[in-house]
Ligand binder design. Sequence first.
Ligand code: SF4
Ligand code: SF4
Length: 82
Amino acid sequence: ALMITDECINCDVCEPECPNEAISLGPEIYQIDPDKCTECVGHFDEPQCVQVCPVACIPVNPDRIEDRDSLWRKFQRLSDPA
Ligand code: SF4
Ligand code: SF4
C-alpha cells in the first residue's frame, strides 16, 4: 500500500482518482487506507494518485510492503468481498 506524508497540501486532486476509494481527508491531511490501496493493481498500470499529486508526497508505506501477488489478491477481495 502507499501512504501520504505530511508534505500533503490538501489539494484534493488524488481523492477522486482512486479506483478503490482508499483516499480520504483525515484530521489534517489526506490519508490512504492501506487495507483498500492495491497500488492500483487490477485497475491501472501506475498508481493514479502518484500520477496526479503535485508535490510527490505519496511513497510506499514502509509498514505495508506488498508484492504484486498480494496486491492482486487484495484487489480480488475488494472486488468480491464474499
Ligand atoms: Fe488509490 Fe491507487 Fe493511490 Fe492506492 S495507489 S491510494 S489504490 S489511487
Ligand atoms: Fe495531498 Fe498529493 Fe493528494 Fe494533493 S494529490 S491531496 S498534495 S496527497
